[in-house]
Structure formats: structure tokens, C-alpha cells
Design a protein around this ligand. Sequence first.
Ligand SMILES: CC(C)(COP(=O)(O)OP(=O)(O)OC[C@H]1O[C@@H](n2cnc3c(N)ncnc32)[C@H](O)[C@@H]1OP(=O)(O)O)[C@@H](O)C(=O)NCCC(=O)NCCS
Length: 178
Amino acid sequence: MIQSGSIRLRPISEDDTDLILELRNDLKNAANFFSDPPLYDFGHKKWLASLDLNGIYMVIEYVGEKVGTIAITNIDYRHQKAEYGRIVVKDSYRGKGIAFTASNLLISYVFHNLPIRKINLEVFADNIQAVRFYEKLGFEKEGLFKKEYYKNGTWKDVLRMALFRETWEEKYANSNKN
Ligand SMILES: CC(C)(COP(=O)(O)OP(=O)(O)OC[C@H]1O[C@@H](n2cnc3c(N)ncnc32)[C@H](O)[C@@H]1OP(=O)(O)O)[C@@H](O)C(=O)NCCC(=O)NCCS
């Protein structure tokens, strides 16, 4: 459990299946994900049962209400890197800094507790809101994979972004000074 004020991250469980189906089968959200809807409850439960210990899969709660998900996956101790992803917040809880604080909490947990020096992510290049959100968190653009994914009738460019531990520590130190 990771908590800051009214925002709490706790491990995902089978009881969260309704939340996951609601978020992932919402077509507006699904347009931004690499996987396609529909996601079925049995498919989700199978995926859940197959998870290994190579990731941290959390539900975001706001004042006790389940509002979204976030994860750190593909933790790679050999190369000291990991992947940030599965970030989504219910429509009515956006623009309130919940996703930002949840991300900060999880990233901070990883950099403080694990020997990880780099966190990377992939996002559709036209998901401007998400790209700007990641930049606010400190992620920088690393590369563009052109026409990488077929989605909603078009070939989409995929942007790779990364956040280094040093950048994070500098940002964290600076924010402490303010
Ligand atoms: C991406 C997503 C999670 C962002 O959620 P959100 O609710 O808009 O994010 P927040 O409210 O936490 O942050 C919104 C803004 O406040 C900023 N912000 C919030 N708290 C802040 C803080 N303490 N310090 C600095 N900036 C902050 C954010 O960076 C962002 O800036 P902007 O106004 O320039 O856009 C949300 O849009 C979403 O669920 N999208 C659909 C799913 C999706 O696309 N996921 C990504 C797939 S790769």
C-alpha cells in the first residue's frame, strides 16, 4: 500500500475486475491503449492469474473510491530498468492531479526501493494529453517508431519516453526547495 493524502495505491485483485472492464471497454480510453476491446472478465482473470513478480500492478483509490489503474512492469534488474504503464483514470476524476500524484508515488517508490535507474514507456504519439502529462512527470522523448501499430483504421506512430533516476532525484530535490 502506498498512500499520500486522499490518494492510495493498492495491489490489484480479482475484486477489481468490474473497474478494469469499465475502464478498458470504454471506447475513448481504448483508443489510447495498445490492446483492443472487448476485454472479457474471463480474459482479464486469466491475465491476472498469469502475472509474475516482475511488476507492480496497482489500483488507484481516491478517498476510498476506485478511480483508476497504474503499473510498473518488466522490471529488469540486469539492465536496471522498468516500464511505466496501464495508467488510466475514470473520466470524472481527470484534471484533478490524481493521476499525477499516483504516478509520482509509484515512481518514487521504485527509485527509492529498487535498484532501477531508468523507467521507460510507450505511448501513441497522437495522445497529446498523455504525452504532456508524462513530460510534466519528467519523462523525455527518446524515439519515434513510425506506423508501428494498426489501430482504429490507421497506422499509428509510437513514441518512446524515459525518465532517469538522476532526472527524478534532481526534480525531487528541486521540489523540496520550493
Ligand atoms: C493520461 C491520464 C491518466 C492523465 O490524467 P489526468 O487526470 O488528466 O492527469 P492529472 O489531473 O493528474 O494532471 C493533469 C495536469 O495537471 C498537471 N499536474 C497535476 N498535478 C501536478 C503537480 N503536483 N505538479 C505539476 N503538475 C501537475 C499534469 O501534469 C497535467 O498538466 P496539464 O494541465 O498541462 O495537462 C488521463 O488523461 C487518462 O486516463 N487518459 C486515458 C488513458 C490514457 O491515455 N492513458 C495513457 C496510455 S499510454
